[in-house]
Design a protein around this ligand. Sequence first.
Ligand SMILES: Nc1nc2c(ncn2[C@@H]2O[C@H](COP(=O)(O)OP(=O)(O)OP(=O)(O)O)[C@@H](O)[C@H]2O)c(=O)[nH]1
Ligand SMILES: [K+]
Ligand SMILES: [Mg+2]
Length: 516
Amino acid sequence: MLTSVCRGILRGAVHKLRTRGAPLARLLCSNEEDIVGLGDADTIFALSSGQGRCGVAVVRVSGPASPTALRCMAGLTHSLPPPRTALLRSITDPQSKEVLDRGLVLWFPAPHSFTGEDSVEFHIHGGLAVTTAVLQALGNMSGMRPAEAGEFTRRAFQAGKLDLTEVEGLGDLIHAETEAQRRQALRQMSGELGRLYQDWSHRLKRCLAHVEAFIDFSEDELIEDGVLNQVDKAVVDLQTEMERHLKDERRGELLRSGVQVVIAGATNAGKSSLLNTLCQRPAAIVSPIAGTTRDVVETALDIGGFPVHLSDTAGLRESPDLVEREGVRRARERMEQADLTLVVVDSALLPCDAEQGAAFLQGHLRSVLSNQEQPETALPADKCLLVLNKSDLLPEDGRQKLTGELRRVSGLPPICLISCHSNEGLQDFLTVLHSRVKTLCGNPLSGAPTLTQARHRAHLQQCKAALAQYHRYRDTDLALAAEGVRLALTSLGRITGRVGAEEILDIIFKDFCIGK
Ligand SMILES: Nc1nc2c(ncn2[C@@H]2O[C@H](COP(=O)(O)OP(=O)(O)OP(=O)(O)O)[C@@H](O)[C@H]2O)c(=O)[nH]1
Ligand SMILES: [K+]
Ligand SMILES: [Mg+2]
């Protein structure tokens, strides 16, 4: 809260000082060339490390006035430092000549910088007064303005340093909260996904060139037979590869955004107790009163490196209470959106006999998983785990025997026997949960890179539809068939950003923070 307020104040102040201080900064810079060299392009600056007090803060500057900023503030009147080499200097305010801090300066001449422009980094002490003073001094200089959110990355993209999938990978890396997310983001940022789409683009371009050549030259018999057959094969191959790429069970997207796991079941089964046990804090109210939970209670978990959004829901039962009925409606809605449902059952209610126990569980599952509005459409049992809770209430000798027998009954989802009170069986349950989540997300490092965003999927589906147009018109109207290939290329280009679409860019860069 405080930091965003500070940032608002700071940015306002920098803006105001900029216009007032501009002529002064010119006078204070000893090297005339530096000033003449400024073009129309803005030079941007921002605190690139996070807000708040820290050991070292990094202030990044990019654009034509960067060398001026470096010279004026690091007292380098005669020459710039060697590229990409850290230099310890006093950082001074060019106007007041006051020393603001002592820190490292780095000079990245174009095009060998993140943005592709002349860039400078100041590594200063991370106190609020120091960073404020340095940012204000920069704002006082001619041609300088504070960067917008994501503007450094946008410039890198415009300079061709990154394609859009790499930009998204970078954004994901900054936001990655678990190991697997970090791995996937790093892989995408290294350009692997982009290269896959580039390869498809190259192949489509070749197809298009061949079709167009055929249209232009076949009448004069200047083109050999079989060219179109080659294109047919190339298009079919591409369709197959795209199909396979799209049939990924949304693994990359799940890993990026987190697996939705919902805890559901009858009242008092111990659903909220399970949520609290997993997140290790009393996030949800637990009580012996049936119908305690009404709202959906959510918490984020890291399960062995994979991100999970866990939701506790109202116990499923008929109720005359309006509020509880709404809770049950929300619970069912969540279950429909879930990637995995943990059906919690009070194991003390289980008949001791395995056969009767299995029948009980089957009936119970049916009532929990069925859709109330359309009773015939039940949630698939492979999307759930049966969690038999309160094992501490079962006789000690009967516990393992019962679950062993139940596990042998076909048609039941995997069964875990736990106790939220004694934590018995929790380790095994976590192992099962981890393996489920891992299967859902896939290994981000093995196999072909997976698509990570719904945006990719939408463009690829358009691409596929356009290729179907090629086949449709191949024998009747080659111009329309060629148009299909061209549309397919455009759709692919939208993924990597090679085909510009301002609105996509705005959406993607908006997700970045200032200074990135
Ligand atoms: N003996 C025993 N009691 C448990 C266990 N887990 C939960 N309970 C108790 O069962 C009661 C219900 O627990 P909750 O976690 O509130 O159950 P719930 O499923 O969230 O209930 P609703 O929100 O009302 O649907 C509480 O009194 C808990 O202390 C367990 O493993 N063993
Ligand atoms: K309860
Ligand atoms: Mg509850």
